[in-house]
Each structure stands twice: as structure tokens, then as C-alpha cells.
Design a protein around this ligand. Structure first.
Ligand code: GDP
Ligand code: MG
Length: 172
């Protein structure tokens, strides 16, 4: 289990996958730096950040985060980032059905090629734009359940569920 894996040393690698523009970099920046950069630069290739999360029992966990680009031309690089990862976050934008379909592609790719013990979470980002919602909470949750994944909706803009996203992974 993940909790045993991070007992010593308390560190694990996490990768974000998903279509370009769904908010992967904004989620990471919100988690690591605590703010939202609406004009954050497009990720080229992948970028690396780390963040230590303090837990309620006064221990802490360190995340090493690979934020991938998501563009088609970098798809062949993705295995470099998810192969060693303990956790994969597959992110889509709740206002775009196309990005939800792309998320399902990533889930299949992970099921085929990632290490069998990898923990996967489906993340519906831009939850603040619920008036333009194109993917229902129910559909996404059912898909996640069917595939043995966590599911959460987040907003990097408002910070809604961002810390919870990382905390819930520790329950795995
Ligand atoms: P990435 O390509 O997946 O890394 O996406 P980015 O993090 O670069 O974000 C793409 C765009 O979506 C940017 O213009 C962000 O301002 C916007 N964005 C990211 N997260 C959110 C969110 O939670 N809510 C809203 N409304 N916009 C977001
Ligand atoms: Mg990015």
C-alpha cells in the first residue's frame, strides 16, 4: 500500500497527465506555491516540482511532481514520467467532453504500461466553471469507480479541493 511505501522514506513520485489546457500546471502551482497564475506558461516537455505536505499527526510527506505537457508531440515521452511514479493524476476539464475522452485514453495507457501498483486518480478541474459543465459528476465518478481510481473535482482557480486531492492519495 502507499501508506507503507511512504513510511520510510516519506517521499513519492507523482505524475500529471491529461490534455493540454486542462489546468495541470495550475493545479501544481496552486499546491506548491499556494496561488493561481491565470496566464501560466504552456509546459514544454515536462516540468518538475516538489512539495512537502504536513499531516495532522505532525509527520510529513514529500511529493516529487512531474507535470507533463499534454501535447500530442510529447505523448511518446510520457512513459518516462509515469513508469517510476507511485501516483498518476489524470486531469480533464469539466467544461470539455473532449478532454474527458482524452483522460480515458490516458487511463488505458496507464493500465497497459504503468507499474501494476500505480495509484490513479481522475481529476475534473475547473469546477468553478460549473455553469459551462460538459461532463457530469456522476458519469466521471462511475468511470473512475469502474477503473479503480479515486475521483475528485478541483479548481486551481479557487483552490477548491486542491489540498484534499493530495491528502486523499495518502489514504491509498
Ligand atoms: P495545462 O496545459 O494542463 O498545464 O493547463 P494550464 O495549467 O496551463 O492551464 C490552462 C488554462 O486554464 C490557463 O489559462 C488557466 O488560467 C486555466 N485554468 C487552469 N485551472 C483552472 C481552474 O481551475 N479554473 C479556471 N476557470 N481556469 C483554470
Ligand atoms: Mg502545463
Amino acid at each position: 500500500s502507499l501508506s507503507r511505501r511512504w513510511a520510510a522514506p516519506p517521499l513519492f513520485q507523482l505524475v500529471l497527465l491529461g490534455d493540454s489546457g486542462v489546468g495541470k500546471s495550475c493545479i501544481v502551482l496552486r499546491f506548491v506555491r499556494g496561488h493561481f497564475e491565470p496566464t501560466s506558461k504552456v509546459t514544454v516537455g515536462a516540468s518538475f516540482l516538489s512539495q512537502t505536505l504536513a499531516l495532522q499527526d505532525s509527520t510529513s510527506v514529500k511529493f516529487e511532481i512531474w507535470d507533463t505537457a499534454g501535447q500530442e508531440r510529447y505523448a511518446s515521452l510520457a512513459p518516462l514520467y509515469y513508469r517510476g511514479a507511485a501516483v498518476a493524476l489524470v486531469v480533464y476539464d469539466i467544461t470539455s467532453l473532449e478532454t474527458f475522452r482524452k483522460a480515458q485514453y490516458w487511463v488505458k495507457e496507464l493500465q497497459k504500461h504503468a507499474s501494476p501498483g500505480i495509484i490513479m486518480a481522475l481529476v475534473g478541474n475547473k469546477a468553478d466553471l460549473h455553469e459551462s459543465r460538459a461532463v457530469s459528476f456522476q458519469d466521471a465518478m462511475e468511470y473512475a469507480e469502474k477503473n479503480g481510481m479515486f475521483f475528485i473535482e478541483t479548481s486551481a482557480k479557487t483552490a477548491d479541493n486542491i489540498n484534499q486531492l493530495f491528502e486523499v492519495l495518502l489514504e491509498a
